[in-house]
Write a protein that binds this ligand. Structure first.
Ligand code: ATP
Length: 316
């Protein structure tokens, strides 16, 4: 079975081809970025509209026979989801092969099983829009804790926008943090949930009063990541599990990985992170999830910007 996957839920337009032996036959992506300010959904959608034809053409030059098309139909920014859907519909019509839609966040979780040896973990999902502490029970995912406001990646991006770091700010924050010193910031853990907006406001005020960018980056990272490590540790204890896997774009951050690794070592648990190249949005995870779901004959082609992972049955 050979599947062509299309990703376009937010800033990244991506196309990949994967077969049922877990071989990646093609993987390419093009990300919408900005030197100043944050993501503008209509601009990101225009970006996707422009680059999808080129990416798809290149993919089909590489692999001629495709059995079906899959695209991420949920959740995400509606204008971007629509461009991905239209690109997927066009190519499925042209090749006369079936089209299915899958949930982008479930694909992030599945990618942990595709790229690491993890079996039955607590998933810490840290992307732009999402921050959730998840574990599976039977064929359902259960969210044990999550952000009460913005996702960790979006919080870092908003923080970065306030101190003029451009978009996406996460990688720049990581670099500047290496030269920073600690400033006390609010620590916002509420039960099993976390909140980041207060930190974004507080750091903005401190910046306006003259705090150094490097110190703010260091303190923002230390505070946010300590909050995430605390709730992940509690989820591990509650679920009586001994594996943690970090997924989503913020998994690229070495400091977050280190904190989780130390916590896991202290609990005799194993820590895994999805490889850097596949931590953020990519179409390989979409194509792989397509292969898993195609076998299950599920078919949800319409977009759904707000679908949550605990609404869906899983098969990994
Ligand atoms: P979702 O996948 O939930 O729809 P998304 O598409 O915005 O959200 P991803 O592509 O998984 O998310 O991740 C992008 C986020 O990862 C951005 O917010 C970016 O700033 C952040 N990020 C990328 N690299 C790093 C890093 N090294 N340190 C911290 N954050 C990072």
């Amino acid at each position: 079975m050979i599947c062509l996957g299309i990703e376009g839920t937010a800033h990244t337009a991506a196309v990949a081809i994967v077969n049922s032996n877990k071989e990646i036959l093609y993987d390419n992506r093009d990300m919408y970025t900005k030197k100043t300010g944050g993501i503008i959904p209509s601009e990101a959608a225009q970006h996707h509209k422009k680059v999808f034809p080129k990416l798809i053409k290149e993919a089909l030059e590489k692999v001629k026979k495709i059995d079906f098309i899959v695209y991420s139909n949920a959740p995400g920014l509606a204008p971007c989801l629509m461009e991905a859907r239209d690109a997927a519909k066009n190519i499925s019509k042209k090749l006369k092969v079936p089209l299915i839609g899958i949930n982008h966040c479930i694909a992030h979780l599945s990618s942990a099983h595709l790229f690491t040896k993890v079996e039955n973990p607590v998933y810490l999902f840290t992307s732009g829009a999402n921050t959730q502490i998840i574990s599976s029970e039977g064929n359902r995912l259960r969210i044990f804790g999550e952000t009460l406001d913005v996702g960790i990646g979006n919080a870092l991006d908003k923080f970065g926008r306030n101190i003029d770091l451009g978009f996406p700010a996460g990688p720049v924050v990581e670099q500047l943090a290496k030269k920073g010193k600690y400033i006390e910031l609010p620590y916002l853990v509420k039960g099993m949930d976390v909140a980041f907006s207060g930190l974004v406001t507080k750091t903005d005020n401190l910046f306006k009063k003259g705090a150094k960018k490097e110190d703010l980056c260091f303190s923002m990272q230390e505070t946010c990541f300590a909050m995430l490590t605390e709730v992940t540790e509690r989820a591990l204890a509650h679920c009586n599990k001994n594996e943690v896997v970090l997924i989503g774009g913020v998994a690229a951050n070495k400091r977050l990985c280190k904190m989780l690794e130390i916590m896991c070592k202290e609990r005799n648990a194993k820590f895994y992170a999805v490889p850097l190249k596949y931590a953020g949005d990519n179409a390989t995870m979409i194509a792989w999830q397509g292969i898993l779901e195609y076998k299950g004959k599920r078919n949800r082609v319409d977009i759904n910007p707000y679908e949550r992972i605990d609404e869906i049955e899983i098969n990994f």
